[in-house]
Design a protein around this ligand. Sequence first.
Ligand SMILES: [Zn+2]
Length: 247
Amino acid sequence: MGNVHYKGIVIREVNTGEADKIVTVLTAEEGKISVAAKNARRPKNSLGGGTQLLCFSDYMLFKGKELYNMSCCEVIEPNYEIRNDIYKLTYSSHILDLISDNVQEGEPSEDILKLLLNTLYVISKTDRSLELITRVFELRLMALLGYEPQVSGCINCNSIQDENMYFDLDNSGIVCKECVNPNGRVIPLLPGTVKALKYIMKISPQKLFSFTLSQESVKELGIIAKGYIKEHLGKEYNKLDYLKQLM
Ligand SMILES: [Zn+2]
């Protein structure tokens, strides 16, 4: 049982024993891993920083019988701006729930880790719309999980216009006015929403968040993402509804 040297983000933390913690870390090499951090909750313990939720760190780990054990860690990005803002924190918790439920243990997850790092960076360091950032994350995550919707053109006739298109939840893609099934589960789309969907699915990770969108289109992306996630992941994620009570 040797040591490994991984970088990762803490996506879940549980207190155990008198002063210990078990954290779930998303890594490129093995997807989700569980790591015991002994004494991490003692004041001034060297594992304290790197075992905080949302923290991106460099870890030295050794494999025990069931879990990894943390021998040391060096914090790269604490993302503390998120923990100090109830809105940023709630959106980020929703994002971590999606990752935690749907990324497997032992499965290399380099692209998903990059997506999470990029997303948390934009949430942490900018004042961009949290709703838009989250919708972009959700849709791109669905693609990385193997559920990429077909949005380059109408799923039936391939026509590529942005006007008069619908999102078809039954067939996981966009469909034109001529081909749409009026009795299906379809969402009419503004041209801006169609453009955004195409952008989110095709653009390089570095440019993923480099666009703006009207509030109406952000709303449409929200309806699509919610329906699409429920359809493919079999679960509704309602944590963000809590924010409506605060607004
Ligand atoms: Zn068509």
